[in-house]
Unconditional design. Structure first.
Length: 278
């Protein structure tokens, strides 16, 4: 590895605002100049309807960056929706340089990181993204990510420890049964979400806890569920009560709280590193 950690930003889902990129680049230059080289792929700023460029452009940018021998870590620009639409064929094109990298993000990036982890490609890590600079307290979130990427600073790790995955609940529910589904056997699964009504949380957990793969996990931990729209009629159960209900019904251990969420306090969770069969 070079003296500096070479971090490249790509946007497999929604477009990154240039103003956010500039603010994060300034932090990297000001606080990490001796340790980090930060670049933004031009694809981050494309626009094609909902997405940062069409599926082909986003797939090509990710493939180029992942296979680049001059990049040590791929930092995802933001979430939203779109990483699950990347070309399935690109995963067979990921070479040895892609396997040496860190892939860092959360939310919609869970689709992509789950597939990478399942295929034994690199090290996938749940943590703040570039766009989190726009949140209240966003500079602290960005600094947490850069400290981990620069020198594996453990101060920003989610404290529960152990072999763990972390996912947005909606993403987790939708990736089950797809080629992206990892092996959860013996691992804790940390969940969080945003902008979902109580009945939708309940419905997602019905699906998640019915999975034999999830039932083989060490259990579920509950992160923060934020900006929950009002349920009409009132659902009359808290998120914790909903999670406990489905865990009890499926005989999955409920392991308590997790310090993750769609907020500036979102902590870092390295996924288990899977070594593919020779």
């Amino acid at each position: 590895m070079a003296d500096k950690v070479r971090i490249a930003v790509v946007a497999p889902a929604n477009r990154l605002q240039p103003e956010a990129a500039a603010r994060v680049a300034d932090i990297a230059a000001r606080e990490f100049a001796a340790k980090v080289s930060l670049t933004f792929h031009p694809q981050c700023f494309l626009s094609s309807g909902h997405f940062a460029g069409d599926d082909a452009a986003r797939s090509a940018a990710f493939l180029e960056t992942a296979n680049d021998a001059g990049v040590d870590a791929v930092w995802f620009a933001r979430g939203g929706y779109g990483s699950g639409r990347l070309d399935d064929a690109l995963f067979a094109k990921l070479g040895r340089h892609a396997r040496d990298k860190i892939y860092f993000g959360y939310s919609d990036m869970g689709f992509l990181m789950a597939r990478l982890q399942r295929d034994g490609i690199g090290e996938c890590v749940h943590g703040p993204m570039v766009s989190d600079i726009n949140r209240d307290g966003g500079e602290a979130a960005v600094m947490r990510a850069l400290r981990f990427l620069a020198w594996r600073d453990e101060a920003g790790l989610e404290p529960s420890g152990g072999r763990r995955f972390a996912f947005n609940l909606t993403v987790l529910s939708n990736l089950l049964g797809t080629p992206a589904e990892p092996d959860f056997s013996g691992a804790e699964i940390l969940i969080e979400d945003v902008d979902e009504q109580h009945y939708r949380i309940d419905r997602a957990l019905l699906h998640v806890t019915a999975s034999a793969n999830v039932r083989a996990s060490a259990g579920l931990r509950l992160g923060r569920f934020s900006r929950i729209p009002e349920n009409d009629p009132p659902f009359e159960r808290t998120v914790e009560e909903i999670v406990r209900y489905w865990c009890d019904r499926a005989r999955i251990p409920y392991l308590g709280a997790a310090d993750i969420g769609h907020d500036a306090g979102n902590k870092i969770v390295p996924f288990p590193v899977r070594v593919p069969a020779a």
